[in-house]
Each structure stands twice: as C-alpha cells, then as structure tokens.
Design a protein around this ligand. Sequence first.
Ligand SMILES: Cc1cc2nc3c(=O)[nH]c(=O)nc-3n(C[C@H](O)[C@H](O)[C@H](O)COP(=O)(O)OP(=O)(O)OC[C@H]3O[C@@H](n4cnc5c(N)ncnc54)[C@H](O)[C@@H]3O)c2cc1C
Length: 555
Amino acid sequence: MRQQTAVIIGAGPAGLTAACELLHRSDVRPIVLEKSDLVGGISRTVNYKGNRIDIGGHRFFSKSDRVMNWWLERMPLEASAADAQMIGYQGKSRLVDRSGPGSDLDRGDRVMLLRPRRSRIYFQRTFFDYPIRLSLDTVRKLGPWRMARIGASYARSSLMPIRNEATLEDFFINRFGRELYRTFFESYTEKVWGRPCSEISAEWGAQRIKGLSIGRAIKHALLKPLSRRDVAQKGTETSLIEQFLYPKHGPGQMWELAAEEVESLGGHVIRNHEARHLLTAGDHVLGVEAVDMRSGRTETIAADYVFSTMPIKQLVRAFSDQPPDDLRRISEGLVYRDFITVGLLLKELAVKEQGGLIRDNWIYIQEPDVRVGRMQVYNNWSPYLVVDPSTAWIGLEYFCNEHDDLWVLSDRRMIELAVAEMAKIGIVDPAAVLDATVIRMPKTYPAYFGTYDRFDDLRGWLDRFENLFLLGRNGMHRYNNMDHSMLTAMTAVDNVLAGRTDKSNVWAVNTEQEYHEAQEPETATPASAPCENLQSEEAVDADAVLDRVEATGAQ
Ligand SMILES: Cc1cc2nc3c(=O)[nH]c(=O)nc-3n(C[C@H](O)[C@H](O)[C@H](O)COP(=O)(O)OP(=O)(O)OC[C@H]3O[C@@H](n4cnc5c(N)ncnc54)[C@H](O)[C@@H]3O)c2cc1C
C-alpha cells in the first residue's frame, strides 16, 4: 500500500510535535517545511558566539499531563531535584514527579532544569517585588505622599466608579484607582499593546484580566501565608512553588531534539524552504509548493494531509483557489505585534544584589521615559546559556510593529538605543558592554484587534478543507503557549488516526470553561477567544497582572 504523506508547514513546537506524533503513532510520513535555517519557531534558542538567547523567556509548564510527559520523556528532570516538585506558571501550579534516576547535570545535556522564578518591576529607578506586596518596603519605596494618593484615588474609584466603563483605562481605574493604575500598569501595558489604554476597549480587561480588584488583592495577601502553612502541613513543599522547568540550553534545545527525532524515525525536516502555495481541488488540499530560500527553486510536494502553523494571513494568500472577497478581507485585516530582542553581554550590571548579579529571571520596565519593555537575565534562566559565568548576559525586549521606526533601525542604532536607555535608567554602564546582538522576530503576538471579531467566518471556510489542519499560535491566530500549540498538534493527529475531519476538538484547546462562564452575553467576543489561562482563583496572584497584560494585549 502507498505510504501516506503529511506536509507540515513550520518547524516550531506545533509542527515538530505533529511530526513526532505521526511517526510514533501512524504510518504517515511527515515532511516538515521550515522557512528559516533554525527549528523551534518563536521557541527557538539563538546561539550568539556561544551565549544563548531565549526569545521572550519560555517557561515549560502545562496543566496537561500529556504535554508534561512528552517533555520529560525527552529531557528528564535534573537528578538533584527531589522526587516530587511543585512548579508554577501564570498563577497555576502542579506537582512534577521525577520518575527514574533523572539526568546528571554536569555529564549530560538532555536535562530539564528546575529553576527558581523571580521577576520584579522597575519603576522610578527602584525595584518593586512582583507580585506587589503591601509591605513596609513597598510603602517606603513609594513614599507616603504617593501612598496617600493611591489610597485616596482607590477610595474615590470605589465610591464613584466611572459609570460608562468604555476603555481599558476605565477598567483599571475602577478596580485599582487612578494612581495605582498609573504607577504599575499604564506604561508597561501601553508598551506591550502599542496603544494607550484609553484606546483599548474595556472588554479586553473584562474578558482576560477578570477578577482583579484591590479588595481581592488584600484578601489574597492576608490569606496567602495561612494557606501556605496549611498546605505545608500536608507535606507539600510550597515554598518552591515559584519555580519552573527549563531545558539546560534553552527552549530551542527541546525542538532541536524533536527535529533530530523526526529525522531518525524516517521523517524529514527541510530547512530554508518556505511554503508558498497550497494546491486544492474542491474541499481537498492536494499538495504544497515550496521555495528553496537559497536557490530560489520551487518544488511541489503531494500531500495526503497538510498541517499548517504558518500565519493565517499568509496561508490564505497561498491558496490556489482564493476565498470570497469578504473572507479575504478578514484574513488581510488580521493584525500581529512584533518583537525585538537586544542581547547585551556585560562585564557586570550597574545594579547589584549582595554584591553580585541580581537574581531575577526578568524585570518589567515600567519607566515611561524609555521604550524598552522588559529585561531578561539569561544567566538566571539557565547558567548554561552563558559562556563566561562572570559576565552578565541580558536581553532587552521591545514590543513593536513590523516596519515601524524601531523595526527599521539598523542593528548598530538599535544597540545604541538599548544601551542608552539602560544607562538612562541606571541599570547598565555603557563602559561595561562587551558585545551585543539584535534579533527581530515578526508575528510574535497574533492580535485580537483588526478583523478578529469576524474570525469565525474565515475559520469556517478553512475548516472545510477536510485534510487541512491549522495548528499552534499564528497557525490558529490564537494566543497559544507551547503546551497549547503542542496539544493542537496532538489532537489533530488523533483526528487523522480516527478518520475524523471535524476540527472542533482542535479549536477547543485553550478555551477554558471559566472564560465562557464569565462572559456577559453582550460582551461575548469574537470567535472562540481563548482565556489566556486565566483562572478566577488566582486572578490576583503572581504572574497574574503583568503576564496577563501581555497575554491579553500584546496580541
Ligand atoms: C515573548 C513570548 C514569550 C513566551 N513565553 C512562553 C512561555 O513562557 N511558555 C510557553 O509555553 N510559551 C511561551 N510563548 C509561546 C510560544 O513561543 C509559542 O506558543 C510557540 O512557539 C508556538 O509554536 P508554533 O509551532 O505554533 O509556532 P512558531 O513557534 O511561530 O513556529 C512556526 C514556524 O513556522 C515557520 N514558518 C512560518 N511560515 C512558514 C512558511 N510559509 N513555510 C515554512 N515555514 C514557515 C516559522 O519560521 C516558524 O519556525 C511565548 C511567546 C512569546 C512571543
């Protein structure tokens, strides 16, 4: 019998998971087309002279056992970790069991590290703990005058909330008061979203930053110590909750291993090949035409199945039979937000902690007088990302739009800007810079702006193609994390094995029940907008607000 072929567009987490799953569970041969020369997509690790950059900082966490097992089967937990470990992410937590002896850190590279998580806010040239604590330290740093204003403006918002809550700014002010909003949310949120909160609909907050209020924050702050003790009594090491899994050499290591696995099992990962055309007949995709980015040569690969993780806007353009004009307008109106990382290698940072490197994984830069949004400290993600441990290897992250004034800056000018901004806010001394590099990553955040409110119409047309599966983040125009992206791939392979052509179970990934329950009928959004992992229980916790600000909006 003829062996069936699946053409998979994109060697990111979704595409490579689909390929591995097909190889392990079916006779279908996967051919993965990757337009760049690296695998891993947004979750790649960029190696710059031995120092590694993780674009955005990727914590490995999933509520799904299927995903957690997939990761740990390929990269066992470090041997020094205790048998059962609590890890957390965006306010969620779970136990990870280390089955077997684990991996020895110094001898092997296939090791999943257990890393402590710490992030702080930098505001008014001062570090604030995150989550913000109602501690004496916070009061001292903010000063009595600002604290009084925070209290007064919160009281005012409680007594006289903005009645017509039209914008996200109104949403924040009603829940936090104007002063606290200005202090901790305004600047960063605007950097991430690329537009003022006063120009973003309040629905965004209602749908994706739900459950937030000062009252709940205070209750949470008061109850948290009690609940910790409570859980600890049950023998769970909750002081370790703020930790996450992380491959020894960064997230791309996982995807490099997955690509090797695909090749070793008889599949193909063809780099530098861009899928340009989808050849269709009726409701069937017959094949994919790809261009070799180096030679310019075109080749057509016949396909029994096509799995696409490429951005939907480009996928629709690639169809040999174009959709009706109104659907094409929806796809052309989809919006993305893009991302620049400036990697800086430094003798040392100008700010120190106990005389050495600060311990944060990343810092939210809330200062309104600079455009940098976040600073990653790669040493603290994994010491193995850095060649010389005596140096500080940091990533300065800028949220932008492809082709805007930042995007088009030359590398030299971008580095100058980053160094000047970090010097201005007192974190970097320009004389300490040893080396620098710039990475531009387009389409990091699929937006829920633009024509997204009519996305379901387009999805209906795309779902008609029975052997075409849309997967992952840009592939589904959805704010999917790695685990969601992988689950969409796993579910699509389940469907292939079951002969199921209905895709609703793939679209159901990352649409949690709480989200639907929390929606008011009149604010019901678009399409099956995902809930960004929000759980009402921890809506005021840890990563909550700022992570959610990104999860919500950067899109
Ligand atoms: C700043 C930031 C932080 C993040 N942090 C986390 C985190 O902590 N934890 C987490 O789980 N997730 C995180 N994510 C999400 C994670 O990066 C994505 O979920 C994941 O990379 C999506 O996988 P994917 O395969 O769908 O797409 P991608 O990673 O985008 O991969 C798609 C691949 O397709 C290729 N491609 C595109 N078009 C074509 C074409 N026409 N032909 C051939 N190839 C093509 C691209 O080059 C790319 O390699 C973060 C994302 C960002 C932006």
